[in-house]
Design a protein around this ligand. Structure first.
Ligand SMILES: [Zn+2]
Length: 330
């Protein structure tokens, strides 16, 4: 199928998030810091000149919660050359077969330090062995470490949740939808990996029910962010996917559109809307949901490079972004 060559109409959801890049975070961090800002005329050491800061998309509506740490990584500003095709190093954060584990670990630590403004102690990063299911795993500080000695995830499933502070829940994606949820009252948090299979398994809807059951979360207190992922502009699917959703969701037909691509009709699916509907069905207020609205398959930087890794657009030879959510002690 000519999936990569499909025409790309405007995404159905307008980007809610202008890029809040690292620069904004660093600016905020410096304002809080007691140390004076470095003089702009002072030359950078060679190492910082060579490496750009980790690319990060933050959620503007969440900056009002000082206890909440969250963000979605981009492809830029990392240490990996595996997928860079001779260009600047990139921020691969998944243990992919083509990349070097030590490089990936170092890149993860850089991103965590950026997101947490190098707070000490650094929060513990928890990831999960993702397998496109509806399995939801609770993590507690008492269960640490939840990694192998070489920093790989131990738990299996596609969602993590906790109420313990100083843990960073991480979801790896390269087209699938990362969904982050926080309870502004209890400070419970959850991170979801929602590809079409996880979405079909209602992983987000069930995850919210789990927060209610385990922590007494009230949907009206929850906020959610749907991260960069493949948009309806680029996500062509087979008729069997549409049939599955139509058989299980009353709103199924609203998630699909037919697009003529080189005279061949294609079915495109809107995973952002599918997950937004699950959040709404779980009781969240529409205004509490942020959809970042960046398509991982077709969003480009001004210089033409890809802003994100895309499994679909790059035929599987690509890195992974890391979506993170955590809370501080207070
Ligand atoms: Zn697209």
């Amino acid at each position: 199928m000519r999936r990569e060559r499909t025409p790309q109409p405007s995404p159905p959801v307008q980007p809610a998030n202008p890029d809040e890049t690292l620069a904004a975070d660093l600016t905020r961090g410096r304002r809080r810091s007691t140390k004076p800002a470095p003089s702009p005329s002072k030359p950078s050491p060679p190492e910082t000149r060579r490496r750009s800061a980790p690319g990060l998309v933050t959620i503007p509506a969440w900056t009002q919660y000082p206890w909440l740490i969250a963000g979605f990584s981009t492809r830029q500003g990392g240490l990996s050359t595996a997928y860079a095709a001779g260009g600047p190093p990139e921020q691969n954060l998944g243990y992919t077969t083509e990349d070097d584990p030590a490089t990936i670990l170092a890149a993860r630590r850089r991103l965590v330090a950026t997101l947490t403004k190098s707070r000490k102690p650094a929060p513990d990063l928890i990831t999960i062995r993702q397998c496109h299911t509806g399995i939801i795993q609770r993590v507690n500080r008492a269960d640490l470490p939840l990694t192998t000695p070489d920093h790989k995830a131990i738990l299996r499933g596609d969602a993590l949740y906790t109420r313990d502070p100083n843990l960073l829940l991480g979801i790896l994606t390269a087209d699938c939808v990362p969904v982050l949820v926080a309870d502004t009252r209890t400070h419970a948090i959850a991170a979801f990996h929602a590809g079409w299979r996880g979405t079909l398994a209602r992983i987000v809807e069930h995850g919210i029910e789990t927060l209610r059951r385990d922590f007494g979360s009230r949907p009206g207190d929850l906020i959610a962010a749907i991260g960069p992922s493949i948009g309806a502009c680029c996500f062509a699917v087979g008729p069997e996917v549409r049939d599955e959703f139509n058989s299980q969701f009353a709103y199924g037909p609203q998630l699909f559109s037919e697009i003529d691509a080189a005279l061949t009709p294609q079915i495109h699916m809107d995973l952002w809307e599918a997950n937004r509907r699950q959040l709404l069905d779980a009781g969240l207020n529409p205004s509490a949901i942020t959809t970042i609205g960046h398509c991982t398959a077709c969003t480009r930087l001004p210089d033409g490079r890809r802003k994100y890794f895309s499994h679909r657009a790059e035929k599987g030879f690509t890195g992974r972004m890391l979506s993170l959510i955590g809370t501080t002690e207070n």
